[in-house]
Design a protein around this ligand. Sequence first.
Ligand SMILES: [Zn+2]
Ligand SMILES: [Zn+2]
Ligand SMILES: [Zn+2]
Length: 126
Amino acid sequence: MCEKLKNLKNNELKIAQLLSKKILSAKELQKIINVDKATIYRNIKSLLEKEIIREIKNSKGVGFYEINCKTHNPIHPHFECVVCKKIYCLKELKSEDAITLANYSPFEIKEIEIKFKGICDECKNK
Ligand SMILES: [Zn+2]
Ligand SMILES: [Zn+2]
Ligand SMILES: [Zn+2]
């Protein structure tokens, strides 16, 4: 298990465990854990402050969350479906790709955030 989850309890632990397997929105988390909305948002806020999870927003401003761990979930590009607005995780960038991309920035880079947009398989096959 990820180090980051060690000192968590109750709902925070449940949320972090779910997010270490899959990227989910607050709504999806609420459906799985079955607690009220305020509890979900409070726990998400606290996990974000502790830098245990990271947030990826879709173009509507809806946040999707995943575990924020360089070992268990290295930074990777995301895909937003223009139909359902869902965010999908893509595979990690190869280091040579990251170096190529870094060449586009005249400034010092801390991390690279990439989002692709298109139509996901679920929406395409409807
Ligand atoms: Zn970890
Ligand atoms: Zn879709
Ligand atoms: Zn992701």
